[in-house]
Design a protein around this ligand. Structure first.
Ligand code: SF4
Length: 381
């Protein structure tokens, strides 16, 4: 890539230097790079980012929307992703898929994650070696050709690749039900990774009873803590993973909100535990939560069970409605929060000077099958 502007001295590219700068200066310098690179640069930001980062992005969305944007955006020469590691991997796979590379004469679009420590604790709960052991163990008690592996987009590229290579698919919280429908049209069982709550809540909403589900805990020695009979009965095998943010919400939070205002509407993300989703008035993806609050009449009172930055943004946006955070505990995603102005400025100025840092590059072998699983997801509505 060649997008050098040479407008900073070399010492300026040390992260510590950026961390010593005041926020006003960082914002000014970030805007300068964005202005100079223009449409060659695409800055994406997940809805859970803080306001200061959202304000410096071109496009915002939840995981599904950002996947679509990375797949569709054909003109940019570089992507900076204010999100977490698995999102940057997904953007790399979609932005550099074979037909796009061919169209650009082999030139890759680098995808930069401003802080490499911005991971996702949920994605890290499923690693490929442990999944391969699980698959082998399942093969000892059931026919694995009857299983469609589904992975939530919040997973590593290696897990997506595993699914793609075995007729499986990726889902997001926005299309999980449609993906499960698709999977059951192919085969009679699914293995759902890595978020047990999204898998269970979606399957229950489709009428699959808990008796036809098994929870696979990879820390258990034998069959993920199950016996052969329960695995044989299971149509849905759920991986024992959870989101540390959404796991915090409790039925007591809903009871408290309703005691304070019986008219309150409770809306939660499907990564919340089953008992929370069942008590709520509605559940849905981040995008669906935003749409529901946006479409509600003035005067509506909402208590929202998802990440705190997003809830606060909704609260500030709709002065004519009351929007509260559902829990009294802190609900910020600690890894998403790692993306700050200093990291963003450091990453952008290095990119502009043609010395990109923190470029996320998925191995071609992994990317090929992961792309298959992602493309299946993008086709399922
Ligand atoms: S909110 Fe949960 S699922 Fe989303 S990035 Fe943070 S830890 Fe991962």
């Amino acid at each position: 890539m060649n997008c050098s502007f040479n407008f900073r001295a070399e010492k300026a590219f040390d992260l510590k230097y950026y961390q010593s700068l005041p926020n006003d200066t960082l914002v000014e310098r970030i805007e300068a790079v964005r202005g100079k690179m223009g449409s060659r640069l695409l800055v994406l930001a997940h809805h859970y980012q803080k306001d200061s980062i959202i304000a410096l992005s071109d496009l915002q969305g939840d995981s599904y929307k950002l996947c679509e944007l990375a797949a569709k955006h054909e003109q940019c020469e570089a992507i900076v992703f204010s999100g977490v590691h698995f999102m940057a991997e997904t953007a790399d796979i979609l932005a550099n898929r074979p037909e796009q590379l061919q169209r650009r004469g082999g030139k890759r679009v680098p995808v930069v994650l401003p802080d490499l420590d911005a991971g996702c604790s949920l994605a890290e709960m499923a690693n490929i070696e442990v999944l391969e052991s699980c698959w082998n163990e399942l093969g000892e008690v059931i026919d694995v050709s009857e299983i469609t592996p589904i992975t939530y987009v919040n997973s590593t590229a290696a897990i997506k690749s595993f699914c793609g290579a075995r007729g499986g698919i990726v889902c997001t919280s926005a299309n999980a039900a449609a993906v499960l429908d698709w999977a059951f049209a192919q085969r009679r069982r699914v293995l759902f990774l890595p978020d047990q709550h999204l898998g269970r809540n979606t399957a229950l909403a489709m009428g699959i009873p808990v008796e036809e589900m098994a929870l696979w805990d990879p820390r258990q020695d034998k069959l993920g803590g199950n016996d052969a009979e329960s695995i044989g009965r299971a149509r849905v095998i759920l991986w024992h993973g959870h989101c540390s943010v959404h796991q915090l919400f409790r039925p007591a939070d809903i009871e408290k909100a309703r005691r304070a205002d019986p008219q309150v509407k409770i809306i939660v993300h499907p990564e919340c535990p089953r008992e929370v989703v069942e008590l709520a008035d509605a559940s849905g993806s981040t995008g669906m939560i935003i749409d529901a609050v946006t479409a509600s009449p003035a005067g509506t009172h909402w208590a929202v069970g998802t990440e705190l930055n997003l809830v606060n943004r909704l609260k500030n946006r709709f002065a004519d409605k009351q929007v509260d955070f559902l829990s009294s505990e802190i609900g910020i995603c600690p890894t998403m929060y790692r993306i700050d102005l200093a990291h963003l400025c450091w990453a952008l100025e290095n990119l502009a000077a043609d010395t990109p840092v923190n470029v996320i590059r998925v191995d071609d072998d992994v990317a090929r099958d992961a792309l298959t699983a992602l493309e299946r997801m993008l086709e399922v509505r």
